[in-house]
Design a protein around this ligand. Structure first.
Ligand code: DBV
Length: 249
């Protein structure tokens, strides 16, 4: 059992229990991919597997799980709501590299600086955030331009012990996901045309930023090549622009 498998198993079980899930297609060739990396006795097989589903309120629920031995484990798990809901994104980036663990967990807001939005989607999770954050070291600087995509409840940490990931981080992940699904339960469709426009713009801003700045691009390119990597990023991980084009045609 690798470090983040219990996170993924938990998420899928809870999603199945709490949502009306349907399949979401994964482009062929991207369900799984493996490569042998490293030299000599440092050779390691790196396997990347994808998960995707959808529900009536959630456009795409997807995960990329990279398993390459004890010093290379990644689970990137994001939920993209349908464009007629003002729900935040659920974003989890759980990363273990030779340099250590890096954990990013948040409900990423569509409208970071609107007081009403914060009141609706950030304030209710601040108690959960604080209950975990006090036990975890601050993750340090992150790109300034990324800040507008995170909420004040952004859990950002670099734990030095694997056990902390297995216990405290896992429990934070469970709490955030349950709280997110509470928001989903309560969400009502938006019908106001101006708000719908703003939501679409907010999704595109977020998607473009993440596709362009994907911190995993270098790693994937080294393992699987440029062509596979770019198609994985634009055709699966951050696929909204492609989907909008399909819907227009
Ligand atoms: N990050 C992804 C996807 C990944 C992934 C799809 C499937 O968006 C992995 C893989 N994240 C990943 C890896 C690293 C990070 C780092 C491999 C380490 C890169 C390295 O050190 O070489 C949150 N993830 C990070 C960092 C942040 C995040 C802030 C540090 C980046 C840096 O120092 O440059 N989550 C990530 C992020 C946003 C988010 C940037 C932006 C909105 O939601």
């Amino acid at each position: 059992m690798t470090l983040y498998q219990p996170f993924l198993d938990y998420a899928i079980a809870v999603l199945q229990e709490r949502l009306e899930l349907a399949a979401y297609p994964i482009p062929s060739g991207f369900e799984q991919k493996s490569a042998i990396v490293g030299k000599g006795k440092h050779q390691e097989s790196v396997l990347t597997t994808s998960y995707a589903s959808q529900s009536p309120k959630l456009r795409q629920i997807r995960a990329a799980h990279v398993q390459g031995g004890s010093s290379l484990q990644v689970l990137n798990f994001v939920i993209f709501p349908h464009l007629n809901y003002d729900l935040p994104f659920f974003g989890a980036d759980l990363v273990t590299l030779p340099g250590g663990h890096l954990i990013a967990l948040d409900m990423q807001p569509l409208f970071r600086d609107q007081p009403d939005y914060q009141k609706k989607y950030t304030q209710p999770i601040l108690p959960i955030f604080e209950s975990h954050q006090q036990h975890l070291p601050w993750g340090g600087d992150f790109p300034e331009e990324a800040q507008s995509f995170f909420s004040p409840a952004f859990l950002w940490t670099r734990p030095t012990q694997t056990e902390i990931v297995e216990t405290r981080v896992f429990s934070a992940f469970q709490d955030y996901l349950q709280a997110y699904l509470d928001f989903v339960d309560r969400a009502e469709p938006i019908t106001d045309a101006d708000t719908l426009q703003e939501i679409e713009q907010a999704h595109l801003r977020y998607l473009r930023y993440r596709a362009e700045k994907d911190p995993a691009r270098g790693m994937f390119t080294r393992f699987y090549g440029t062509e596979w990597t770019e198609e994985y990023i634009h055709g699966f991980l951050f696929d909204l622009e492609r989907q909008l084009l399909v819907a227009q045609s």
